[in-house]
Design a protein around this ligand. Structure first.
Ligand code: NAD
Ligand code: UDP
Ligand code: UDP
Length: 336
């Protein structure tokens, strides 16, 4: 071979002010509740360039307003059921309505988002060699017969119910992730997220924590759906974001449960919200919706071992932070 190779011509990106070690990160669903908190955390790292793709079905530009115009940030109105062409190193794939009233509103669209949307993001990951993280859900365990739920549990899911567009949709999304991993060598990460709460949740999206806080602030009765003894385990959003980033940066594909093991019945949650937010409100029993899981609590042994992650914020610490945000948005000042 004659002579040394000429130095490579710098690509426009590499020759710009961004250095080689910069990471381009796509966040689908980044205008939503968890996505926008994730974007805040990713933007804190000056080596990250963040691209958000969102169709604003349940998210809003308002959640990202502090980053609009920032040189390391880009916001694209895009529906992920359509192909997306961008050049990125990592994909946090969150796009999917998460609240039952929204995912049941247009179930066909929900399952398309889970299946075709995830397929498109995997095709993108394959083309550009990106690592992709899917935010799956504890709903893949359905109405679980094992308690607490470990990642090995296969679940108890109704394939033809009104929640199936979401929980079966996420199960197919997980299958697609593993098939692209095995067949095409794609680097995948799967988080199974348990109920998460915090500032910026949609005020009227029907989820239990947002419902109770909004009801307490409006002086309306807290609606506990029958029987009220069903349980959930609530994770504060900053803990969730920390877990997701650790999973992306670590070596384990998952699936890994990310959630707070503190378990409460819905009646207990109502009592706590009443005590912390507005002791004068009443609690009302109302009808439930079909296929509501009776119990849910993550076993987080794997997250502790593999990610060195444990949640830090308890429900009693997290609720007042969310209350503060809801007070501002609803215009209800704190009583003196
Ligand atoms: P969210 O509804 O606030 O955010 C979802 C975002 O995805 C929204 O901004 C929405 O506009 C966007 N989106 C929906 N369909 C889209 C499409 N076809 N194309 C582009 N964008 C689309 O919900 P969230 O609570 O932030 O949930 C984020 C992710 O975490 C979801 O994948 C959800 O399934 C998962 N998850 C959340 C919880 C929870 O308790 N919040 C629990 C388990 C799993
Ligand atoms: N895709 C995408 N962006 C890309 C590459 C692919 O949205 O950068 C979509 C593509 O339109 C296809 C899906 O991802 O529908 C799966 O792509 P893959 O290459 O795995 O499958 P194929 O195109 O061969 O069916
Ligand atoms: N729930 C309730 N009152 C409400 C909304 C929900 O008691 O106003 C109950 C619901 O029946 C379920 C639990 O709270 O048992 C969690 O519901 P959510 O929709 O927040 O989340 P998911 O069912 O997806 O866990």
């Amino acid at each position: 071979h004659a002579g040394a190779k000429p130095p490579p011509t710098p690509s426009p990106l590499r020759s710009s002010k961004f250095l080689q070690s910069n990471m381009r990160v796509l966040v689908t669903g980044g205008a939503g509740f968890i996505g926008s908190h994730l974007v805040d955390k990713l933007m804190e790292n000056e080596k990250n360039e963040v691209i958000v793709a969102d169709n604003y079905f349940t998210g809003s530009k308002d959640n990202l307003r502090k980053w609009i115009g920032h040189p390391r940030f880009e916001l694209i109105r895009h529906d992920i059921t359509e192909p997306l062409l961008v050049e990125v190193d990592q994909i946090y794939h969150l796009a999917c309505p998460a609240s039952p009233i929204f995912y049941k509103h247009n179930p066909v669209k929900t399952i398309k988002t889970n299946v075709i949307g995830t397929l498109n993001m995997l095709g993108l990951a394959k083309r550009v060699g990106a690592r992709i993280l899917l935010t799956s859900t504890s709903e893949v365990y359905g109405d679980p017969l094992q308690h607490p739920q470990t990642e090995e549990y296969w679940g108890n899911v109704n394939p033809i119910g009104v929640r199936s567009c979401y929980d079966e949709g996420k199960r197919v999304a997980e299958t697609l992730m593993f098939d692209y991993h095995r067949q095409h060598g794609i680097e995948i990460r799967i988080a199974r997220i348990f109920n998460t709460y915090g500032p910026r949740m949609n005020i009227d999206d029907g989820r239990v924590v947002s419902n109770f806080i909004a009801q307490a602030l409006r002086g309306e009765p807290l609606t506990v759906q029958a029987p009220g003894t069903q349980t959930r385990s609530f994770c504060y959003v900053s803990d969730m974001v920390d877990g997701l980033i650790r999973l992306m940066e670590g070596e384990n594909t998952g699936p890994i449960n990310i959630g707070n093991p503190g378990e409460f019945t819905m009646m207990e949650l109502a009592e706590i919200v009443k005590e912390l937010v507005e002791p004068s409100v009443t609690i009302k029993n109302v009808e439930n919706t079909p296929d509501d899981p009776r119990q849910r609590k993550p076993d987080i042994t794997k997250a502790k071992q593999v990610l060195g992650w444990t949640p830090k914020v308890t429900l009693r610490e997290g609720l007042p932070l969310m209350e503060e945000d809801f007070r501002k948005r609803l215009g209800v000042p704190k009583k003196a």
